[in-house]
Design a protein around this ligand. Structure first.
Ligand code: HPA
Ligand code: ZN
Length: 336
């Protein structure tokens, strides 16, 4: 199955670019930019990555981002991720970035976005990887800060396909950002939100009803509301599920307890993603392996995750058709 997963054309829809900061690059940038970090080696950084919940991760994740200062840093970060996509046959990705994490510490919005965009363009030209960029609002900050961030984004309207919502779900329900998302919708942005990761199923309902999301990020707690499950299947609302993340952040106690295959078998549009791979122990292939190993998945089930991600992506319909064809051709060549 490892060989099949490696060759399977894949699409990633839930990836925080700040979450791809590997300890080695963190060290390199800390030295290059003369930023002090409370670790003496990349190994020590790795061993500090033991999390008890989402917040314990976020504290370390925001601290790690402090080494990112210049456009070149954001370029290097994004380029490293794209090289990994290339190694793993990820053909298209839709990347989150958190501008407030950087503007709050005095880094200009344009420094962040220009570095990321430059790498995405190089990835398109040199690696043949297509991509979209999604601006995420930090939900622990207030509406005013989100509106300011949306205003800053307008100068880059053509480079940003949509907006998202991330950070601490508990205590920061989707309705806090209803007016921000309504404005983004009027401006023509697609919309996604983290919901039902640590928070209740009701947050998934509110994200759909009040934020008008096109996809739900995580969403695994939908199973606590059977009417919602039926609605998600009927509407084919995509869920961008992140298996290794869910184990690292104790959303499920172990991979056997994970519900992604149950949701797939019910006919829900679930996808596999890596979330913050430098912190959670693996990129796309490892997330596929983690599920395939425990649930003894068939080739068809694995391919369905790719088909779902293609359908759930924000690419043009004709490009979706081309990618679906690649998956079908791959299946044919593999199992005849
Ligand atoms: O999994 C996540 N949940 C919420 N916020 C985040 N920011 C990075 N990763 C995550
Ligand atoms: Zn996430």
């Amino acid at each position: 199955m490892r060989e099949f997963i490696q060759g399977l054309p894949k699409v990633e829809l839930h990836l925080h670019i700040e979450g791809t900061l590997e300890p080695e690059l963190m060290f390199e940038l800390a030295q290059r930019n003369q930023v002090k970090i409370p670790f003496s080696s990349p190994e020590q950084v790795r061993s500090a990555y033991q999390f008890s919940n989402l917040q314990s991760f976020l504290d370390i994740y925001y601290q790690g981002a402090n080494v990112l200062l210049y456009q070149q840093d954001f370029f290097d970060l994004t380029w490293h991720y794209l090289l990994q996509c290339h190694r793993e046959n990820v053909r298209h990705c839709e990347i989150f970035f958190d501008p407030q994490t950087h503007t709050q510490r005095g880094i200009a919005f344009e420094t962040v976005i220009n570095g990321i965009i430059q790498a995405l363009e190089k990835g398109r030209q040199e690696l043949g990887i297509t991509s979209h960029l999604i601006l995420c609002f930090l939900r622990h900050l207030d509406e005013h800060s989100a509106l300011q961030t949306l205003d800053q984004a307008l100068a880059y309207r053509e480079l940003i396909i949509g907006v998202g919502l991330d950070s601490s779900e508990q205590g920061n329900p989707p309705q806090k950002f209803a007016r921000v998302f309504a404005k983004a919708e009027r401006l023509g942005f697609k919309r996604v939100a983290h919901a039902g990761e640590e928070g209740p199923a009701q947050n998934i309902r509110t994200a759909i009803e009040s934020l008008h999301v096109n996809r739900v990020d995580h969403g695994v707690r939908c199973v606590e509301d059977s009417a919602l499950v039926a609605q998600l299947i009927e509407s084919q609302m995509p869920l961008t599920v992140c298996p290794l993340s869910n184990i690292k952040l104790k959303v499920f106690s172990n991979m056997r307890e994970h519900n992604i295959v149950e949701l797939l078998d019910k006919g829900m549009c679930v996808t596999i993603n890596s979330d913050d791979p430098a912190y959670f122990g693996g990129y796309m292939n490892q997330n596929f392996h983690a599920i395939a190993d425990v649930f003894a998945l068939t080739h068809q089930q694995l391919a369905k995750f790719s088909i779902n991600a293609i359908n759930a992506s924000f690419i043009h319909e004709d490009d979706k058709q081309k990618l679906r064809q690649e998956v079908f051709d791959y299946m044919q060549s593999y199992i005849g």
